[in-house]
Design a protein around this ligand. Structure first.
Ligand code: RFL
Ligand code: PHB
Length: 391
């Protein structure tokens, strides 16, 4: 098999890249290790930045998002039983975000790809990228019980944190920047209308809590739990009781309960792999970087990377200049580090470390008070949340 761009992974990064290349008239093949149902139902991100929304629309993948997605103009910060709303459009010159789940983005992109795009192979596991620094890189993969080789002009590793693409960059050229956090998120889906019409980020002495949603009838909620906690060790009642405590306000706000349909624990990590390119191998999305979910940045970063790659490759085809391809890693990393900083700030602002001192507790409250009372501090949060510009 031969193609211009071999794409490993059919998460949001790989699927959107295939769509952008198709629209530009560049052919690609997508290899995905898992089956279609798995990719379409893996619960993850829920928030699309303004820039991501714009890209999906321009790619012709925004129709259902515009119909079913929920535009959100703000979030609520909750601490000391008080509430503070951050108004995005007022602070950022009209920017907002969209609540539209990653599962739905993937379903839309898969349907488009199968209808109009190039090959998208499920249950096709990449085993290794070979010859990354040659003119003809290849991907060795296993599909339907057979080993095969995909010959490419370029390979883009969109295979997430546990993928194989990254391993093709020689160790001596790599620098990894990493931090793990001593807590995780217990996430639930519940068949109950969200108790608030915007997301609520709560800082509490017992730990962080987040109220989000998937639709007007389905809530998505998260609780900070100790690192390595087991979701099954929490009964449904214990989860609701704990959420209630952490969201409690002085004005009597009430949390609606409902049947919990899914629960799982996610570890929290910051991670950056530099560089994001080696020869003709490019890394995009979680394959190159991870942020803790507090800032809702992961999927949006993946979108930024593949937009940058598609634009650079189109530029090379149209002008013969490899200038933008050569700048890929540097261009992406500027945005990646801004998102790393923002996600780290949001995480340390709202979570309680197991070894937190009373001094640090007071500092967190002071940082939150600063956001609630200073337009400059609040604008900084609103700009970060609605997203850093795509290059
Ligand atoms: P993905 O989605 O992990 O997709 C990688 C794909 O590659 C496949 N794969 C392989 N395929 C072939 N051969 C191999 N050897 C392969 N190895 C792996 C995998 O099966 C998979 O299909 O990476 P991608 O595309 O870079 O997308 C990144 C996002 O998924 C991720 O950043 C976000 O989900 C992070 N995230 C959030 N991001 C946001 O922007 N907003 C949010 O609100 C948000 N909330 C979240 C999140 C992530 C969470 N978890 C579970 C980590 C909330 C949570 C709880
Ligand atoms: C989600 O809805 O899954 C979600 C929303 C906001 C975040 C993280 C996750 O910061």
């Amino acid at each position: 098999m031969r193609t211009t761009v071999g794409i490993i992974g059919a998460g949001p990064a790989g699927l959107l890249l295939a769509r952008l290349l198709h629209n530009a008239g560049i052919d690609s093949v997508v290899l995905e290790a898992r089956d279609r149902a798995y990719v379409e139902h893996r619960q993850r991100a829920g928030i699309l930045e303004q820039g991501t929304v714009d890209v999906l629309r321009a790619a012709g993948a925004g129709e259902r998002m515009d119909r079913e997605g929920l535009r959100h103009d703000g979030i609520e910060l909750r601490y000391d039983r008080k509430r503070h709303r951050v108004d995005f459009p007022a602070l950022t010159g009209g920017r907002s975000v969209m609540v539209y789940a990653q599962t739905e983005v993937c379903k839309d992109l898969i349907a488009l790809q199968l209808k109009e795009g190039g090959p998208l192979l499920f249950e096709a596991e990449a085993l290794a990228v070979e010859g990354a620094d040659s003119d003809r890189p290849t991907v060795r993969f296993r599909h339907e019980g057979r080993e095969d080789v995909l010959e490419c002009d370029y390979v883009v590793g969109c295979d997430g944190f546990w993928g194989v693409a990254r391993k093709a960059v020689p160790e001596e050229l790599v620098r990894v920047f990493e931090r793990t956090y001593p807590f995780g998120w217990l996430g639930i889906l519940a068949d109950v209308p969200p108790s608030h019409d915007e997301l609520v980020y709560a800082r509490h002495d017992r730990g962080f809590a987040l109220l989000s949603m998937r639709s007007p009838s389905v809530s998505r909620l998260y609780l900070q739990v100790p690192e390595g906690a087991d979701a099954e060790s929490w009964s449904d009642d214990e989860i609701w009781d704990e959420l209630e405590r952490r969201f409690e306000t002085e004005d009597g706000w009430a949390l609606e309960r409902g049947p919990i349909t899914q629960k799982s624990v996610t570890p929290m990590r910051s991670y950056v792999h530099e560089p994001m390119r080696h020869g003709r191998l490019f890394l995009a999305g979680d394959a190159a970087h991870i942020v803790p979910p507090t800032g809702a940045k992961g999927l949006n970063l993946a979108v930024g990377d593949v937009v940058t790659f598609a634009r650079a490759l189109t530029h090379q085809r149209d002008t013969g200049s490899a200038e933008l391809l050569d700048a890929y890693s540097e261009t992406c990393l500027r945005r990646v580090w801004q998102a790393e900083r923002f996600s780290y700030d949001m995480t340390t602002l709202l979570h309680r470390s197991p070894d937190a001192t009373p001094f640090e507790d007071r500092l967190q409250i002071a940082r939150l008070e600063r956001i609630a009372t200073s337009a400059a501090a609040e604008t900084d949060l609103a700009e970060g949340y609605t997203g850093f510009p795509f290059q």
